[in-house]
Design a protein around this ligand. Structure first.
Ligand code: BGC
Length: 605
């Protein structure tokens, strides 16, 4: 199955004008020829700025559909925590490369790599000290190149982190900027003689930072930072800063990455008397970067991290001239809320209040990621409810959120894990899975910061979970080893051998999602049955319609659905292929066991 998929994925890699000898080769052999030639072209150091490893790809041979991200399933991972090939306890690019087939088999289309650049690691790599290199812990630049080529060979795209709001305080730009008040780079950062400018701007890391200003003893002034004080904000009013960031983007796009997850975009520009968030000038900066990407690297994708309510995120799509994608942050806590309340209202309400976005744009949806389950964008009473429901132990809380993984949040209940994944995969948007959640990995809330959800991937039940051959004390993070979520109980190897495992179920779910473009591109219409414990909606694209019915309750439910608009259709259950009774003019009655869901393709036979 994997070979077939690989070939199917590689099919669109055929060159526009193939030489005759090429025509005589089998499909697989053609792909090998193309890849070998791409590898050959791509041997020069991109740091010399002279070549593009995948020029032919950006030239349009591979990415025939520029809207690929609308159908894609994304997978977020940290190289550090995925697989260690060198035995030093730290995941690396060679290790990750050795696991690409696993990701292909899972059904992933695009990887999102957490920061992989040199960094003092005060914020797990989001404090970058060199934008155009690979952290030595993760291997060499050539290792990265080989990884990228191997991913592309398998039809997997790769997006990386673009942290543009701030650098590390160890970045040479900041070291210069702080070195004296008349340094040429002084204004690359935001300096002040007092710490009372931009009063009232909210703090984000409320557990650690008392102010958005930090004192620099070297140049005896305050500098502005929205995150840790070791992460000074760049000054995007300065044209040289904008140009420097463009050079960073260009560098990686030439190396061949397929786009960026752009970190913390709302905070680029500061203005007195405002919240310093989502300012028009910030949008100007982002539009300009998008224009340059489109001009030089069409087909690459920009994904915004803007943790805001939907009406404030909407401008980040602009007129299809800013971001291609943006995460829909508020959907996520509302999913958990709906589940706990056994009521569809919080979820339906947020989706119905989400403005339409341009055709070329797409929402990114997720259940969990590398950060805390953020509760910044919910009301105080909703936050209190979430804490009471999902984080009774104060160790489970950080900043305004909950630092737990999916499976422990849902008390290891497989049915609830499957239900939320089913909703994630069927709502409008592209789903993002967080590494390890496909096997139900646990967390360690005692590790500090958000490290408890960043522990090594659990590959098998042997030495260090198959993650590394190092001594356990040397691992980048301790493994999860409790009896419920520990690697002896929860690991890829065991779940591959069990056809009913979460891993195999997730593979099937992704396969079904990939069987149609309705999920990524179709409209959504919510049904309004009297039973509010049931969340039902119809996804529609052209003639194709899929009915989704979810039971949010821990008890069995019956529901009457008004499906008169599709009277005459036969619902075909997508997991098993069973035909259900034909829909008529009368309410359609369904029964659902606790926390289960149906996906029905509507067919007119
Ligand atoms: C990232 C965090 C990081 C912060 C500062 C966020 O949005 O997801 O992990 O700490 O940006 O870079």
């Amino acid at each position: 199955m994997m070979r077939e998929r690989r070939e199917e994925r590689a099919r669109y890699a055929a060159p526009a004008a193939a030489p005759r000898v090429f025509d005589c080769l089998s499909h697989a052999a053609r792909i090998r020829v193309i890849l070998r030639s791409q590898t050959r072209i791509g041997t020069k150091d991109a740091r010399a700025g002279s070549f593009s490893a995948f020029e032919s790809r950006s030239g349009g041979h591979v990415f025939q559909d520029p809207l690929w991200y609308k159908d894609a399933v994304f997978y977020e991972l940290h190289v550090k925590a995925f697989c260690d090939s060198s035995g030093d306890g730290m995941g690396d690019f060679r290790g990750l490369t050795s696991k690409l087939d696993y990701l292909v088999e899972l059904g992933i289309d695009c990887l999102w790599l957490l920061p992989m650049y040199p960094s003092p690691m005060r914020d797990d790599g989001y404090d970058i000290s060199d934008y155009c290199a690979i952290h030595p812990n993760y291997g060499s630049f050539d290792d990265f190149r080989s990884f990228l080529a191997a991913a592309h060979e398998r039809g997997l795209r790769v997006i990386t982190e673009l942290v543009l709001n701030h650098t590390s305080d160890q970045h040479p730009w900041f070291l210069e900027s702080r070195s004296s008040r008349d340094n040429a780079k002084r204004d690359w950062y935001v300096w002040s003689d007092t710490d009372d400018r931009y009063a009232g701007v909210r703090r984000i890391f409320v557990d650690t930072e008392l102010s958005n200003w930090a004192w620099d003893p070297v140049s005896k002034a305050y500098y502005w930072h929205r995150f840790f004080s070791q992460q000074p904000d760049l000054n995007f009013d300065h044209p040289e800063v904008r140009e420097a960031i463009w050079k960073v983007m260009k560098f990686w796009l030439e190396v061949g990455v397929d786009g960026f997850r752009v970190d913390a975009v709302p905070y680029l520009i500061e203005r007195e008397g405002t919240s310093c968030e989502n300012l028009p000038e910030t949008h100007d900066v982002l539009r300009e970067l998008r224009r340059r990407v489109d001009e030089e690297f069409p087909g690459r994708v920009l994904l915004a991290e803007a943790n805001m309510p939907p009406d404030e995120v909407r401008p980040y799509f602009g007129n299809d001239d800013e971001f291609h994608m943006s995460f829909h942050f508020p959907v996520m806590p509302r999913l958990f809320m709906a589940l706990r309340l056994e009521d569809r209202k919080p979820l339906v309400e947020i989706i119905e209040r989400t403005p339409p976005i341009p055709d070329g744009c797409q929402w990114g949806l997720f259940l969990r990621n590398h950060d805390e389950l953020t509760l910044e964008m919910v009301s105080d009473s909703e936050r209190a409810y979430m804490y009471d429901s999902y984080a009774v132990d104060p160790n489970e809380r950080i900043n305004l959120g909950i630092r737990r993984r999916l499976a422990p949040l849902l008390e290891g209940d497989l049915r609830r894990v499957q239900l939320l994944n089913g909703i994630l995969m069927s709502l409008p948007g592209s789903p993002f899975l967080y590494y390890g959640d496909e096997i139900g990995m646990g967390d360690n809330v005692y590790l500090g910061d958000r490290n408890g959800v960043r522990t090594p991937m659990q590959w098998d039940g042997g030495w260090n979970a198959g993650f590394s051959s190092a001594d356990p004390e040397r691992l980048c993070q301790p493994l999860i080893s409790n009896p419920i979520y520990g690697y002896q109980a929860v690991n890829v190897d065991a779940q591959e051998r069990n056809s009913h495992s979460l891993l195999n179920w997730t593979r099937r779910l992704i396969q079904l999602r990939r069987s149609t473009k309705v999920f990524g591109r179709g409209t959504v219409q919510f049904l309004a049955p009297a039973n509010h414990r049931v969340l039902a909606y119809v996804r529609k694209l052209g003639e194709e319609q899929i009915l989704i019915v979810n039971n949010l309750s821990s008890a069995a439910q019956a529901v009457e659905l008004d499906l008169s608009s599709v009277a005459g259709a036969i619902p075909v259950e997508m997991f098993g292929g069973s035909l259900f009774p034909r829909i008529g003019e009368q309410p359609y009655v369904l029964t659902l066991s606790p926390h289960t869901f149906y996906w029905f393709r509507l067919r007119w036979f």
